[in-house]
Design a binder for this molecule. Structure first.
Ligand code: TXD
Length: 323
């Protein structure tokens, strides 16, 4: 059977993610966008690159969700992106309406898929997606930690003039200003970062990671980062499709882990064919624990906006309700 990934939103992140998937020869791609011709045009252009890239994956694009039928993974990237001076939370109202209109069509056409939410504000949109799908929490995850960790890996490698391949990093928490990059779990071939740099230098790299998205937005002026976000989403999709059991940070629903309950937040998880196979609990210091808690509480505030939009008890609703 041919494998298939649906990508909703054919903008910067969506189209680049489709390209990554094709060029990694991962799966066929179904690209959907609300703008007439956009997904179809980008899909045709990407299909015409196939002979040059030497892959046989197929790509189709449409405004219709019929093309996503049979997808094992759905990546939702549709929504407004940040402009300079905006926080991710500023996007919440507009993007909740967009994601709210998409999820019912995903559920109708790809009912057995695993969902990766990319749209910002990430943690809130992942929560909204989960609520609207009514799928088990293992099948709904948000992409942020893979990106934030990749940024940190790059900053460390650049600072130490080392290969990025030798640097690993872990960023937990919500995908916002309160994210929690963890120096102790940032290592160069097993050596923790605090052994290699003085505390002030370590902190600078952590702060640059927290500001990583804004740094790109400021340079681009018209939109936000998309190359590294697209690679991050493709990595997560690959872990699912290839049943790789990868340990990656992802935004998932916590049910008591790290002392946090009923909140969506970035933590290390094991990802495979069934989605989130396990939430991995790292030993944290008191300071790390309280930073994670503060970050999760900030997400919880934003999640209330979703609850307000959905009404008091969506669990009694029909399952999926467009906003
Ligand atoms: O780490 C992360 N999670 C992120 C998140 C990293 C980078 C970008 N992140 C967020 O992804 C960003 O803040 C935005 O909320 C989304 C998409 O960012 P992108 O840079 O791809 O934005 P674009 O280029 O504006 O593309 C958005 C597309 C565009 O083509 C719209 O026509 C489409 O979304 N769109 C829709 N498609 C389908 N259905 C509906 N309703 C719809 N509305 C807009």
């Amino acid at each position: 059977m041919r494998r298939k990934i649906a990508v909703i939103g054919a903008g910067n992140v969506g189209a680049t993610c489709a390209q990554r998937v094709l060029e990694r020869r991962l799966a066929d791609v179904a690209l959907v966008d609300v703008v007439d011709g956009l997904a179809a045009g980008k899909a045709l252009d990407l299909a015409e690159a196939a002979p040059l890239e030497g892959h046989d994956c197929r790509i189709t694009g449409s405004t219709s969700y019929e093309i996503i039928r049979g997808a094992q993974v759905v990546v939702v990237t549709a929504g407004l992106a940040r402009k300079p001076g905006m926080s991710r939370s500023d996007l919440a109202g507009a993007n909740a309406k967009i994601v709210g209109s998409i999820i019912p069509q995903v559920v109708a056409n790809a009912p057995d898929a695993i969902l990766i939410t990319v749209t910002n504000p990430l943690d809130t949109m992942t929560y909204l997606s989960w609520k609207l799908t009514r799928w088990p929490a293992e099948r709904v995850m948000g992409m942020a930690g893979v990106l934030d960790s990749a940024r940190l890996r790059f900053f460390v490698a650049e600072k130490l003039n080392l290969s990025v391949q030798d640097v690993d990093a872990m960023v937990m928490g919500g995908h916002g200003d309160s994210m929690v990059p963890l120096p102790r779990y940032t290592t160069v071939n097993g050596i923790p970062l605090p052994e290699l740099l003085p505390p002030a230098e370590v902190e600078k790299l952590m702060q640059r990671t927290r500001d990583g998205g804004a740094e790109v937005v400021k340079l681009l002026k018209t939109g936000s980062a998309f190359y590294a976000p697209a690679s991050s989403a493709a990595d997560m999709a690959q872990a699912i499709l290839n049943d790789e059991h990868r340990l990656l940070p992802a935004c998932v629903r916590l049910s008591g882990q790290y002392g946090l309950k009923d909140v969506f937040c970035g933590v290390p998880v094991r990802i495979g064919a069934k989605g989130v196979e396990e939430i991995v609990q790292l030993p944290l210091t008191d300071a790390e624990k309280s930073a994670l808690k503060a970050s999760a509480e900030a997400v919880r505030q934003d999640m209330k906006m979703v609850d307000d939009l959905l009404g008091s008890d969506p669990s009694k609703g029909k399952g999926v309700r467009p906003l």
